[in-house]
Design a protein around this ligand. Sequence first.
Ligand code: N01
Length: 539
Amino acid sequence: MADTAQIPHYDAIIIGAGISGMFQLIRLRELGMKVRVFEAGTGVGGTWYWNRYPGARFDSESWSYGYSFSPELLQEWDWSEHFAAQPETLRYLNFVADKFDLRRDIQFQSRVKSLIRDEPANDWEVTLESGEQARAPILITAVGPLSAPQMPNIPGIKDFKGESYHTGVWPHHAVDFAGKRVAVIGTGATGVQVIQEVAKTAGQLYVFQRTPNWCAPLKNSAIDAPTQTRLKADMPAILKQCLEHFSGFIHDSDPRGTFEVSADEREAFWEKLYDEPGFGIWLGNFRDSLADEKANDALSAFVAGKIRQRVKDPVLAEKLIPIDHGFGTRRVPMETRYYEVYNQPNVQLIDARDAPIECITAAGIKTSGGEFPLDIIVYATGFDAVTGALDRIEVRGDHGQLLKQQWANGPKTFLGLQAEGFTNLFTLVGPHNAATFCNIPRCIEVNVEFVTALIKHMRERGYTRCGPSEEAVEAWTQHVLEGSKKLLLTKVRSWFMGMNTNIEGKQVPKFLLYAGGLPQYRARCAEVAQHDYEGMLMS
Ligand code: N01
C-alpha cells in the first residue's frame, strides 16, 4: 500500500446506493462525518435500479415499504397502488435522493474490486475496477442480499444469436416481445412476474421450469383517495405494527394451531387468506404452518387444489404443483393470473426436470426432448444470494484474511453486522441478520440506526476500532443455527439455505437467514447497545 497520502480520505465509506446505503449516508451526515458512497450503477435505487424487467413490482404493501425516518417524507409521497411496480419505486428512491441532496456524496459507475484493511493505519482501502482508490477508517457495505445476478451453468450461452437478458441486469431500453418466440428460464419470484407480463404479447412463450414453486395471488389494486388519507393517518400505527411482527410485514402469524380449529373453520380461514392481498397466506397463516409437517401438508393440499382449479389441463396443473417441498418453505412468488397464463395457446411449459436443458445454441435452447428456436431468452435464474455480492469483492481483514474464505463453511457474524477480524467493517443486511427475511426497509432501518448509534458512541468516547469478540460471534452463530432448526425451510433447497446449483461449492446447505424474527433481533440489538456494545471490542 504505497503512498497512501495521495489517496482521498473520508471518515466513512459506504458501498452501494440502494435503500440501505442511502439511509446510512443520511444518518452519517447527521453525525457531521465526511462520507463517500461508491455505487456501480448510474443512479440510486439498488435492487430497484437493476431489476427493471417487465412485471417487477413489490410483494410488500407499498405503504409499509417506504422509509419511516422522516414524517415529512411519509406525508409527501403517495403510492399509486397497494403493490407498486418497479418504475414507481425507483421514482420514490430518486425523490428521496433529491429531497436529501444525496447525490453529491455518491460516486456512480464505480464498481468496487477490493476492500483491504490496512490495520496499522486503521483504514480500509477501497479499490474500484477503474483502479481509483479511497480510504476511510469505517467501511459499511450496503450491497444488498439479492444483488449478485447468477447466470445458469448451461453450455453455449454465448453462442445464442438472438437477444438475451438476465432479469437482475435488465437493460434501460424497452424490450419488445410482441410476436416473438421467447423463453423464460426460471420460475422463482422473478420468473413468475416476468412470465405473466411477457405472455401478454409474445408470439410463443416457452417457460423452462425445473422446480415449480408455490405461488399465491397478489391481489393488487390502485389506492383511492379515501384510502390514501386513511393510510397517511394510520402510518405511525402501521409502522409500529410492522416492527412488532416476525418479518416486518403487516402480516403476522395467527396464534392458533392448524388442527386446533375445525376443518370448516380451517378451510374458511385459508379461503380468506388466499383471497386477500399480499403475503397473508404465507406469513399470516396458522402459527405452525411453516414448522409442523402435517400442518404444512394440509396447507399445501389446499393451495394445490387452487392450482388444479385454475389450470384447465389437469396434466399441466400437476406439473405446476411442487412435490418436493411444502407451501412457504421457499419464498412464495406472488402472482396475478400466473396460473391462467398456462391456459393461453401462446404459452408452453417445458418441464426441465423431465427433459433437462442440454445447451444453448445459436438458434435457441436444446433439451433432451428437442430444440426450441427462439428470438429472446430471459434468464430469471436468480442470484448468488446474501453473501454473493461480498464474495465477488476481494474483502481482506486485519491479517489479510479473505472474508469469503472465512465464511466458506457458512457465515459467522455478530448480529449479521460484523465478522471477527474485520475491524470497523459493518455489513448492513449481512448474513444471519434479521434483514435477510424481512420487509426489507423495516429491517434496514434497524440495521442503520444500530450502526449509526455505535459509530456515535465510538466517536464520543474516542474509540477508533470496533470488532466482535470470538465468543460473541460463536454465540450469535449458534443462536441463529439453533433457531433455524424449528423451520421446515431448512430441509429444502433454496437461496435461504445458501444453495445454488450454478455455483461450485454451493450445493451444501448453509443457513443464511435469521429465523428469530424482527422483534427478537431488535431486542438483542437494543440489549447489546445498552450494555456498552457488549460483544463488540472497542479500543
Ligand atoms: O431467483 P430464484 P428469483 N437450469 O433463485 C431456476 C426476491 N424477489 O430471481 O428452483 C434451469 O428464486 C431455478 O430453478 P430451481 C425474492 O426474495 C423479490 O426468482 O433451482 N433452471 C428457479 O426456478 C426471491 O426469492 C421480488 O430448480 C434454473 C429460478 O431459476 C429472490 O428475489 C420479486 C437454472 C431462480 O429462482 C430471488 O428470486 C422478485 C438452471 N441451470 C424476486 N438455474 C419482490 O417482491 C436456476 N434455475 C419485489
